[in-house]
Design a protein around this ligand. Structure first.
Ligand code: ADP
Ligand code: MG
Length: 702
């Protein structure tokens, strides 16, 4: 197997090795220039690349090609075209031109544009993103050559998640280079941001999954009483993998390796039936594309193993939710990680400057960051079991916090806490070096050695948005620093003064305590940190004057593009809640209430039968149960009716913010009001009378 890994790795990818083999030297060199330096692509080069790509794909069995892109809804979209072109004599030949490689023209009208264009102006273009390699993919439709592309409108506005991400990477590059120049690093030609997204997911038995309309339609359970055992024993976390799950992970790894995705770590997560996969980090753009593929493969392969993969942020209430830990750092083309503190972080002024830029960026744009990590499902996760709070704060660890405290006091730091050795008290165990800092699992934005880990991101989301925002806000902080330092008379003292000032100004964002605690919520409020509780309430940050000025300045998104994204976010939110509410109504009306009526009828019949048979028998248990169940049934029915009214009312609201807020403030509470009596009923009604699999069935019996 280990030999095989190196053999199969990347075999389905049109990567640099394949290009070097198959492209004429000149073409390869020209393409590399475009990929590495962003130089414009020549049409003739594209022609040659297209042809080589087609030949390679056909050898792999491909019949179709697809421009693969990520519209603003966050899913991946693709339109398949066959390679065939008519040839004389009623025949066809397999053809693929440079034009077809570079540009596609899917009908854009079915993708949301958030008002960027009217439906009749349907033209949208996909443009080849040569910085993310093409690949072939096999499914029931056969083998398809997939070409990562960006998607824009007729007038060039971004209609996808990739364009702003690429623009933000360029913006960050420009500003980091200005700073590095000030430190005398002329040798650095470019920087890129590296991203390693850890992906959490649940696996449940597919047959049971298919019995739950809520899982099918919404990806999460809308009802369900807690099982007698939850995750309190912590026996699942890092536990031994079940056979079925292990064979799933094995196949998933192979599939991902073939696609050139460096799936590296896998383990069980905190909740029963929950798992995690982490790849080795890559440039943000590729990491984003790869993460989309990871999610797709996870879902596809689960079905082959009789399971369903749930990527929803909160498939089960009361149980750990799923997130995506977005590990982020900046790396130069000379291989230096700019977030590496080194052994003497207190003397590493360049590192401290980048660090204070990040503190400033996060503090000044906490709401925007929160918004970038928002999706309907994440509302149920944030602040819940084992999930970061909705409040954004930064964890730095003891060592760096101590350095910053010295800077705050004295303007400079003169000493540093070192890690030392780990003493296990067992002589036969190797002596281990101890990190200078412990971890804090509860922090939403944690420094973990040489990178920041943003943990608020939801498990089902594309990581494009968070990274676009991170890149842009850090670019802006660095831009302000560079503006100031480029004018400074004496760099050394100016940079120290700047760092100290920023540390003092933004220390409120640093927090190392328990982020899951109630006290933190109060403390954060005292510090004036925003606590944005839901997605709809987070969206305004996307179109605030500050955000618009920021994104326009760095040419990442225009005001019109930002407004369109806000509109789409409201739409996504409203649609998601609407579907959930309607699914609840449907399940209550057609499954739960009829099942309970039937059960109460049986109970009543049993009471009558017993009374007839033995008039003096004590049927108080049955009658009190009948009483209790009947009362809850009345409540459930009333709540269902109220929810119906709220949904109806929501439909009448103006689309966008008003409707989104209505769903959040009126429909969501009505959904909770319906869930409560139904969950109580589940505890009272006999198991075999209950119409859907329980939490226990789903979580413990895959
Ligand atoms: P941790 O134990 O801190 O979670 P891991 O080594 O498990 O760290 O890595 C978690 C994820 O972070 C992986 O995807 C890894 O590739 C990624 N990662 C590691 N270093 C960096 C870095 N410098 N920049 C971005 N991501 C990184
Ligand atoms: Mg981690």
């Amino acid at each position: 197997m280990s030999d095989k890994v190196t053999e199969i790795f990347g075999i389905d990818v049109f990567n640099e090795t394949v290009m070097a083999e198959r492209l004429p030297k000149k073409t390869f060199a020209a393409l590399k220039k475009t990929i590495e330096n962003g130089e414009e692509l020549d049409a003739q080069v594209a022609e040659v690349v297209a042809n080589a790509m087609k030949d390679w794909a056909i050898e792999k069995g491909a019949t179709h090609y697809s421009h693969w892109f990520q519209p603003m809804t966050g899913i991946t979209a693709e339109k398949h075209d066959a390679f065939i072109t008519p040839a004389p004599g009623g025949k066809v030949i397999m053809e693929f031109s440079g034009k077809e490689l570079i540009k596609g023209e899917p009908d854009a009208s079915s993708f949301p544009s958030g008002g960027l264009r009217a439906t009749f102006e349907a033209r949208g273009y996909t443009a080849w993103d040569c910085t993310s390699p093409a690949f072939v993919r096999e499914d029931a439709a056969g083998v398809t050559l997939c070409i990562p592309t960006a998607f824009c409108s007729y007038t060039g506005e971004a209609l996808d998640k990739k364009i702003p991400l690429l623009r933000s990477m360029e913006a960050l590059n420009v500003q980091v280079l200005r700073i590095l120049k000030l430190f005398g690093h002329e040798e650095v030609g470019s920087i890129s941001c590296s991203v390693g997204p850890e992906q959490e997911y649940f696996l449940v038995d597919r047959e049971k999954y298919l019995k739950r309309k809520d899982l099918i339609f919404t990806g999460r359970t809308l009802f369900g009483a807690m099982p007698p055992k939850g995750q309190e024993m912590d026996d699942h976390y890092f536990g031994t993998l079940k056979e079925k799950v292990a064979s799933y992970m094995k196949e998933l790894n192979i599939e991902l390796w073939k696609l050139g995705i460096m799936a590296k770590t896998q383990h069980n997560e905190a909740a029963p039936a929950q798992h995690e996969l982490a790849p080795i980090f890559d440039s943000a753009n590729i990491a984003t594309d790869h993460n989309q593929l990871v999610m797709e493969c996870m879902k596809k392969i689960a079905k082959r193993h009789g399971m369903e993969c749930l990527l929803h942020e909160k498939p089960f209430a009361g149980v750990n939710g799923s997130g995506k830990h977005n590990n982020w750092s900046m790396v130069t083309d000379t291989g230096e990680n700019l977030l590496r503190p080194g052994k003497k972080p207190h003397e590493n002024i360049q590192f401290l400057l980048f660090l204070s830029a990040i503190l400033k960026a996060v503090d000044e744009n906490a709401e925007l960051l929160r918004c970038s990590a928002s999706c309907p499902g994440n509302d149920y996760r944030l602040g819940g079991n084992e999930a970061p709070p909705a409040i954004v704060s930064v964890f730095l660890g003891e060592q760096l916090e101590d350095v910053l405290a010295q800077i705050k006091e004295n303007g400079v730091a003169t000493e540093v806490i070192q890690g030392g050795k780990l003493n296990t008290g067992v002589h036969t165990l190797p002596e281990l070096k101890k990190d200078a800092t412990d971890r804090n699992r509860t922090s939403p934005f944690a420094f973990t050695g040489n990178k920041f880990e943003f943990r608020t991101v939801g498990s089902s989301m594309s990581i494009a948005d968070v990274n676009s925002v991170l890149n842009t806000i850090v670019a802006e902080a660095l831009c302000q620093f560079a503006d100031e330092l480029e004018q400074a008379e004496e760099f050394d003292s100016a940079v120290k003064e700047l760092i100290a000032r920023n540390v003092r100004e933004h220390e409120r964002i640093v927090f190392s305590g328990n982020g899951y605690s109630e006290e933190w919520v109060k403390e954060a409020e005292r510090r004036g940190l925003p606590n944005v509780r839901s997605m709809v309430e987070a969206i305004p940050a996307l179109v605030s004057d500050k955000t618009i000025a920021l994104f326009e300045k760095h040419k990442v998104l225009s005001a019109a593009e930002l407004h369109s994204r806000a509109e789409i976010s409201y739409e996504i939110y409203s649609k998601a809640v609407n579907i959930e509410a309607r699914t609840m109504i449907d399940m209550a009306a057609k499954q739960y209430i009829p099942a309970v009526i039937q059960y109460t009828t049986e109970l009543a019949n049993s009471i009558n039968t017993i009374r007839t048979a033995v008039p003096e028998a004590d049927v108080s248990v049955q009658t009190s149960m009948l009483q209790e169940i009947s009362e809850l049934l009345v409540k459930a029915r009333a709540a269902q009716k109220t929810l119906e009214v709220r949904v109806e009312e929501a439909a009448g609201k103006a689309e966008g913010k008003e409707q989104g807020l209505y769903f959040r403030m009126q429909v969501v509470p009505a959904m909770e009001a319906l869930r409560a009596p139904v969950d109580k009923l589940e505890m009272l009604v006999a198991k075999n009378a209950w119409p859907v699999p329980s939490y226990g069935d789903l979580l413990f019996e895959q």
